[in-house]
Design a protein around this ligand. Structure first.
Ligand code: C5P
Length: 223
């Protein structure tokens, strides 16, 4: 099992999926779980600043998350929401929602169950998020913390948004990346930080394939 943590725009998702494919392993995008719960909160019209209301919606949300690296399905109330959970409304609300301790408890428990099931069935899994190496699976044999400069991360986020047909400018992306970093790193419950035994990899100057080579090499020893 590989635990892959780090902020957005480091290439984490692309690399995690490619690595899982290469290792014939399963894949879990824990960010998608926080995003789908956030979408449920927005749809319910709950106040994202009210932790009790947010926790209640999270507890009732009926969602599924795919564990294949190629086009993993995400559903909410039976409908595919893979595109909607990447939109600006969810981007804006996801950090406050994921800072609610009851939401984290619920999702971490579910993540552990999914990881156990995939490990039993497929034998390996690449899990990406913010707190995988520190909280979800602190015993993971390989923990990697990806970083990149805020400028580069914003440029990548902007390119992704534009490719997906969403309105975006570099300045918007920089602001959004910076805001989520601040919120994710400063929250009391499981802040974004590297595990002490994580391997740090700065992807600022690396192409995805170079990151993949480095991770495949690490996984062949420790994954
Ligand atoms: O990885 P992604 O950018 O999709 O994650 C969206 C948000 O979900 C993050 O900004 C963070 O607030 C939250 N998250 C989290 N813990 C995780 C994964 C994501 O708090 N393990």
């Amino acid at each position: 099992m590989v635990a892959l943590d780090g902020p957005s725009g480091t290439g984490k998702t692309t690399v995690a999926r490619k690595l899982a494919e290469r290792l014939s392993a399963g894949y879990l995008d824990t960010g998608a779980m926080y995003r789908v719960v956030t979408l449920a909160v927005l749809r319910a019209g709950a106040d994202i600043a009210d932790p009790v209301a947010v926790a209640a919606v999270a507890a009732d949300a009926v969602f599924t998350i795919g564990t294949t690296p190629v086009r993993p399905r995400v559903t909410l109330a039976g409908a595919d929401v893979a595109a909607e959970i990447r939109g600006p409304e969810v981007n804006h609300a996801v950090s406050p929602v994921s800072a609610v301790p009851a939401v984290r408890e619920l999702l971490v428990a579910r993540q552990r169950r999914i990881i156990d099931a995939v490990l039993a069935e497929v034998g390996g899994i690449v899990v990406e998020g913010r707190d995988i190496g520190t909280v979800v699976t602190p015993d993971a044999p390989l923990k990697v913390f990806l970083t990149a400069s805020p400028e580069i991360r914003a440029a990548r986020r902007n390119a992704q948004d534009t490719a997906a047909g969403r309105d975006s400018t570099h300045a918007d992306a920089l602001e959004s990346v910076g805001r989520r970093d601040r919120l994710d790193s400063s929250r009391a419950a499981s802040p974004l930080r590297a595990a002490e035994d994580a391997v740090h990899l700065d992807t600022s100057e690396l192409e995805i394939d170079q990151v993949l080579v480095a991770l495949t090499e690490l996984a062949s020893h420790r994954g």
